[in-house]
Write a protein that binds this ligand. Structure first.
Ligand code: SF4
Ligand code: SF4
Length: 124
């Protein structure tokens, strides 16, 4: 099953992936707010997050997650779009956005535009 492996240690925060994704899904429009990948910053660390399921209620199991020596709020890395983190909803249409791997077979624009190697298409 294809998935995109993320190595946040290699992410520079350039946001080319957001541009690439929006260009691939909205012809001729580079608008990160329409992208199915968003890059969040926590201090000097960048976390690319790829859109997963849409849910209409915030979860009740908010946890912390340890990455290296640092503890982060799990919401930062959650792929769901919920009322607490509505980043993967188009502002003008309310349409939920979800990664579609840029087609069949998968040909992820975000991976192709990421020069740092932070994103990798794998099949497992
Ligand atoms: S293109 Fe790669 S390095 Fe740039 S923000 Fe996206 S994941 Fe990070
Ligand atoms: S694989 Fe395609 S749809 Fe999914 S986040 Fe990357 S560019 Fe967007």
């Amino acid at each position: 099953m294809p998935r995109i492996k993320i190595d946040h240690n290699k992410c520079t925060g350039c946001r080319h992936c957001e541009i690439a994704c929006s260009l691939n899904h909205v012809t001729g429009v580079a608008n990160p707010r329409r992208a199915r990948i968003r890059v969040f910053r926590e201090g000097n660390v960048f976390f690319p997050v790829i859109a997963g399921p849409f849910v209409d209620a915030a979860c009740t199991s908010k946890l912390n997650i340890k990455v290296g020596d640092q503890v982060y709020d799990m919401c930062l890395l959650c792929r769901a779009s919920c009322p607490q983190k509505p980043f993967f909803i188009e502002a003008d249409t309310g349409f939920p956005l979800k990664c579609d791997f840029c087609g069949i077979p998968p040909n992820p624009s975000c991976v192709r535009w990421c020069n740092s190697g932070a994103l990798e298409l794998i099949d497992d």
